[in-house]
Design a protein around this ligand. Structure first.
Ligand code: GLC
Length: 535
């Protein structure tokens, strides 16, 4: 066995505000998570990654931090976090925090001091003079629009790659590095197991020159995957992470295989690449298309063969539910969900489950403008309104919906009671009306449910070391069939997956260790059928 905990364990991502409310204020909280630790243990996960719980004015649901040393009161207190770590430990569950250090909230004291004219704190950010009332350069933010905002009180503009309430930190200033090391040590000393590092490959800006004009993210060549960012990660690894048994996973959009592999050289333990989750993007992320099964297979193989260690994920808090995205989840809820679960648990790497995925939670359906909570979707709506060709209500609703991150953020569906058992108060965001059919309580009492399958396959992964530590080899001879072999010492498994919603002719012996169909047909693979066999 490897001695790296994260190689043998499954991570479960919690979006705290939507997980479980313990005090009836409509927001999920730390006590709610503590109350559900036995559920998570029973599911079989060994690591929880919590989306940000720090103090925040919440313009981007916590990804705009105003105090790194305080827990936001809606989630509880620092004592609650300590209790969660302790209670987790008793159940062999470790806690990973979100580290958001590309930017802080504009309500962080550093930013407030900067606005008062304190030069020392202006240097924590990118404050610059504009040119004839125009921003200092032509960069576009990730949520669309200019990446600069003017502040009259200092007659300067500041850089924000995300919402205007999220001001980018200036990593050229050594004080920023010092502060971040302090934050990391504080939580690692407390017993936190590691960090998921938000947009980590954007943190170091090479220059603030104009960017090459581009349809999306003008300016990106000045800050994506810079050498300075690699140097920062190496320093954090050497001075902080190497002193602990911890997990450091990076969120790294827009990377190639070589850039990805570079992170694994004394920087991150693993990283999220978004090529798989962007397979539905058209010429711009706002235009979506259907994902072809073979394309999904090819892209997964590319990353499996192309780097030494992968994260495996189909969902997070920033996208659509996998049942709406990769498969026909409306018609094949169980088989689509269990097929994707099988890919997650049998490829090489560390699997990540996003809350609710284990019961097959789904998208909400297109929301009205006034129902939207997601800040990114609101930005997109604003821009589309300015483009006459797209600003036709039905088209606009669809395009905004493509980008809307609310779908994965609806309250967790625990029971068929009011508010899906998430809260006794009014939930901060609407519950998916399908909770009467899709909820934990119902699935716990049904051994042919998506939840039952998740438990089974997580357990199976634990019992078969070749799935966590073994080599992998692919057989690409059948279209739409994802077939591979995992081997470790003298044990070997063969995994056969129909990634499509069609029957595929395929001759095979019906004897297998695990399948998501009760009745197998030796001549065909049924829609989304999976088979795991010994060889
Ligand atoms: C990451 C987070 C996303 C957030 C953005 C800015 O992409 O996952 O939710 O909006 O960073 O912090």
């Amino acid at each position: 066995m490897s001695n790296k905990y994260f190689e043998n364990n499954v991570v479960y991502q919690i979006y705290p505000r939507s997980f479980k409310d313990s005090n009836g204020d409509g927001f999920g909280d730390l006590q709610g998570i503590i109350n559900k630790l036995d559920y998570l243990k029973d599911l079989g996960v060994g690591i929880l990654w919590l989306s940000p719980i720090y103090k925040s004015p919440d313009f981007d649901n916590g990804y705009d931090i105003s105090d790194y040393y305080q827990i936001d009161s809606k989630y509880g207190t620092m004592e609650d976090l300590k209790l969660l770590i302790q209670e987790g430990k008793k159940r062999n569950i470790r806690i990973v925090m979100d580290l958001v250090v590309n930017h802080t909230s504009t309500e962080h004291e550093w930013f407030l001091k900067a606005l008062k004219g304190e030069k020392e704190y202006q240097d924590f950010y990118y404050f610059r003079k504009g040119l004839n009332k125009k921003p200092p350069n032509n960069w576009q933010g990730c949520f669309t629009g200019s990446a600069w905002k003017y502040k009259e009180e200092v007659d300067l503009w500041y850089l924000h790659l995300f919402a205007e309430e999220q001001a980018d930190l200036n990593w050229h200033n050594p004080e920023v590095m010092k502060e971040v090391k302090k934050i990391l040590n504080y939580y690692l000393e407390m017993g936190v197991y590691g960090f998921r590092c938000d947009v980590i490959n954007y943190i170091y800006k090479n220059s603030l020159k104009d960017g090459k004009k581009s349809l999306y993210l003008t300016g990106k060549e000045h800050y994506q995957n810079t050498q300075g960012m690699h140097d920062i990660l190496k320093e954090l690894r050497r001075d902080v992470f190497d002193k602990y048994d911890c997990l450091v996973v990076g969120e790294t959009g827009m990377i190639t295989l070589p850039t990805g592999q570079a992170f694994l050289d004394k920087e991150l333990d693993m990283f999220f690449q978004f090529e798989v989750s962007s397979l539905d993007f058209g010429i711009l992320p706002v235009f979506h298309k259907k994902i072809k099964p073979q394309k999904l297979i090819n892209t997964l193989i590319k990353w499996q063969n192309g780097i030494t260690y992968n994260t495996l994920f189909f969902e997070n808090h920033d996208g659509h539910r996998c049942l709406n995205k990769y498969v026909d989840g409306l018609n094949y809820h169980y088989h689509g969900a269990t097929m994707l679960a099988t890919i997650l648990m049998t490829l090489k790497g560390t699997p990540f489950i996003y809350q609710g995925q284990e019961i097959g939670m789904m998208d909400l359906g297109v929301l009205k403008e006034e129902e939207i909570n997601d800040v990114a979707a609101k930005y997109v709506e604003k821009i589309i309104k300015k483009i006459p060709l797209l600003n036709i209500k039905k088209i606009r609703r669809k395009l905004v919906d493509n980008m809307n991150r609310d779908h994965s953020r609806t309250p967790m569906q625990w029971t068929s009671d009011t508010n899906a058992g998430f809260s006794k108060g009014k939930p901060w965001f609407k519950v998916n009306p399908n909770y009467l059919n899709i909820n934990v309580e119902k699935e716990e009492n049904d051994n042919s449910s998506v939840l039952a399958f998740y438990k089974q396959i997580i357990q199976f992964r634990k019992e078969n070391t070749c799935l966590s530590l073994g080599d992998i080899k692919f057989d690409t001879s059948h279209k739409n069939i994802f077939k591979y072999f995992r081997t470790y010492n003298d044990k070997a498994l063969e995994i056969i997956i129909n990634v499509s919603s069609k029957n595929i002719k395929y001759k095979h012996a019906t004897k297998c260790l695990l399948s998501n169909y009760k009745l197998l047909n030796e001549n065909i693979l049924q829609p989304y059928e999976i088979l795991i066999k010994t060889i």
